[in-house]
Write a new protein. Sequence first.
Length: 312
Amino acid sequence: MKKDKILVIGACGQIGVELTLALRKMYGDANVLASDLREEHELLKGTGPYVSLDVMNKEMLHVLVIRHNITQIYLLAAILSATGEKNPLLAWHINMQSLLNVLDIAKEENLDKIYWPSSIAVFGPNSPMQETPQHTIIEPTTIYGISKFAGERWCEYYHHRYGVDVRSLRYPGLISYKSAPGGGTTDYAVEIFHEAKENKSYTSFLSENTYLPMMYMPDAIRATIELMEANAADVTIRSAYNLSAMSFSPKEIAAEIKKHIPAFTISYEPDYRQQIADGWPNSMDDSLARQDWKWHPEYDLEKMTADMLKNI
Ligand code: NAD
């Protein structure tokens, strides 16, 4: 039997660091090759092999895959929602070409499995806002959402046309303390914890009643691994699964933090990210993930807040 050999692309990002560490625990340190444009993240140092890689360079990627006998790729490199709005053509170019490079090499080298995350950003103002279903109106208005939606179609296409076993999740906003977020619209929900601890106050770039779907990083890592471990026959969605854990507003997370830090205060100065958030769902229906591969989140707002404040 072929041994699993995993390449993580974008391993130094908010998700990449924790996912790489989790995969190394499961598959053995030497079998998970971390890569990124950036210098190796402090938390990855000494935990396993690392290479510098620009995923846009298809030849380099191809050589790396052959040289290291890679069987699975986790592609996490991307330009996120808020950064994407500052340079839409660059975001489109990087988000699409990185995925096409990976899918095409997976086809050519007959790789076992590919993971690539999508986002709640695929939905737009015409999608139902509450408990947004898996299959509904999808008219994204940010370049990030447009690139994620196009990416989902490419994943399904490569699966049906060439048999590539590619799997994907529409992550909600992800909250973590180990590695910093990379320019998304939900970053406020990470910043607020740091500011609460350091300064006992926070100015939110989203308005007080902006509800968005969110998830604590341990749940996101577990969801990713559970989807990738599921039997191929049980994975009925080959675009990207809706995934859900909790939904809250800046006002609600502030109230939860106040239970631990009574002096904490919040103020609101919405900026360009408010418009992005206004087009996204308030909450998600992830019943297909629950049905197909038995997804169940562990963290709600209360449990996550206690854990974040303990660990920051
Ligand atoms: P991030 O910005 O923190 O990390 C991305 C990493 O990719 C960075 O370390 C960056 O250096 C690297 N990278 C960028 N361009 C590269 C290139 N050309 N070659 C190699 N590496 C490159 O992002 P993240 O939050 O970890 O997100 C990972 C994936 O999950 C992305 O596809 C993102 O769209 C998706 N996602 C994230 C969230 C979230 O809340 N964090 C929510 C939904 C979806």
